[in-house]
Design a protein around this ligand. Sequence first.
Ligand code: FAD
Length: 428
Amino acid sequence: MTDVAVVGGGLAGLVAAGRLAEAGARVELFERRETLGGRVRSTHDGRYTFDRGFQVLFTAYPAARRELDLDRLDLREFPPGAIICRPGERSTLSDPLRDPGAAVETLLNRDVRLADKLRLFRLQRDLEGRSERELFAGEDGSIREFLADYGFSRAFVENFAEPFYGGVTLDRSLGSSAAVFRYTFRCLSEGAIAVPAAGMSAIPEQLARRAERADATLHTEMPVTAVEPTAADPRTGSVTLTLDGVSGTRTFDACVVATNPKAATELTDVATPDETRGCTTAYYSLPAHKDLRTGGRILLNAADERPNEVVPLSAVAPEYAPEDRRLLSATWLGIPDADDAELAEEARGALSDWFPEHRFDELEHEHTSRVEFAQFDQPPGFRDRLPGPREPAGPVYLAGDYTGWSSIHAALDSGGHAAGAVLDEQGV
Ligand SMILES: Cc1cc2nc3c(=O)[nH]c(=O)nc-3n(C[C@H](O)[C@H](O)[C@H](O)COP(=O)(O)OP(=O)(O)OC[C@H]3O[C@@H](n4cnc5c(N)ncnc54)[C@H](O)[C@@H]3O)c2cc1C
């Protein structure tokens, strides 16, 4: 039987561990933190669920459909589109085909002109059914350049694309790769964005159960400090892992390094993206009677980026809050130099501007996640510089979003690719 170590218990490592164990390998996964899930984690304080930063699952991600049992995640889907907000004004932009209830509002929306709405339909048709390879192929440019070349107006870019895709890529300048925009736009046209009723951590929990059912052993609080192949040839060598603290070294037939990019470089010497993007998400509650009538749509800040977006979370996932309260999240791009009270003032100010008919003095701060590393930077052409799973010498394989693009899809997909490469070269 082949002994395989997996280093890192994020989505990529959990998929790799599950796939390898299901194929018959003897698998041990080592995660340095006390919980699995990596960047996808949630905390529950008995009343509320707080994801570690606002993040969502795109149900059209092919790897999500392949690796996850979506029905069992009990997904709560956001309605398509968003509400564009600025002081004294709100306007709904939806997809009339998928959300007929919002068709009239969308057609009357003055922030996004009819010509831009028609361009959105044309873009949907142009990207329909295209594979990941096709969407990422060819000359790359920035999202801003792509939208301008496609003919979208400046108003569309400022009112919708900057806050919406600024939120998706954590880069409101829209300087990120247009390929990431095309892929996520396609997924948004073909599926929903959603959170599991029990919080985003239900995703790694499901993967962990799958791996354990196949007899993988998942260790937490066990950092790996060195991964050393005994030979360059993957078929003849083995690999020695140094485990932090009392555990010493262990030898395996193969090792999948499924850490974050910085740790992967430290363990394997393979270059990975070193520029990162972070965000800060603060959670606020309101009394249940305070209904903002958003229909669960994301509120985009078209005026400035403080905060970039506000999400009526419990309007979509009532399980995130107790019955007597509503839960909202507000996300700032990067790590602002402001404390929780100052952020709460900014959120209260933005909401009061957007909803002048409501008062927000009952808005209570519940929790803040300051996430230094959420995604790696994805400038145009970034894919050309990413490592493949077989880049390290010997029987060492890479998995992680940094082998594809910074997303749940790429993380899940990379775990499958790395497991496939191990099975091809090592057998079971
Ligand atoms: C706030 C936020 C918002 C996001 N929004 C979205 C979104 O809406 N949609 C989307 O698709 N994606 C989103 N993402 C990105 C997505 O979450 C990540 O791309 C994905 O989770 C990466 O998974 P991974 O397994 O590749 O890496 P990670 O999740 O980083 O997992 C790596 C694991 O390796 C462990 N590790 C590191 N070093 C060692 C070591 N030496 N020994 C043992 N273990 C080690 C780490 O502790 C970690 O658990 C978001 C991320 C964040 C944080």
